[in-house]
Ligand binder design. Structure first.
Ligand SMILES: [Zn+2]
Length: 78
């Protein structure tokens, strides 16, 4: 005997949220929404900025250098 919840009850009780993480090799020189390079084979997390990381900020370019530097060095994490 299965302990599965009926589909209709599950949909009523829960709000399913799905996310996708996509890894692709772009054929462009930069990303779509910022000027970060897309050079294949670069060190991980070296071609990022607040815009492409999705950090909320009305003007990410004003403080991107300090936050990006901290994120790369790991000092931004606790
Ligand atoms: Zn970027």
């Amino acid at each position: 005997m299965s302990d599965l919840m009926p589909y209709d009850e599950a949909v009523e009780k829960f709000d399913p949220v799905f996310g996708l993480e996509v890894h692709v090799e772009l054929g462009t020189a930069t990303k779509m929404f910022c000027g970060c390079s897309t050079v294949f084979g670069a060190e991980p997390n070296t071609q990022t900025c607040p815009t492409c990381l999705g950090w909320a900020c009305p003007a990410p370019c004003q403080w991107s250098t300090s936050w990006a530097s901290r994120a790369r060095s790991g000092s931004a994490s606790r």
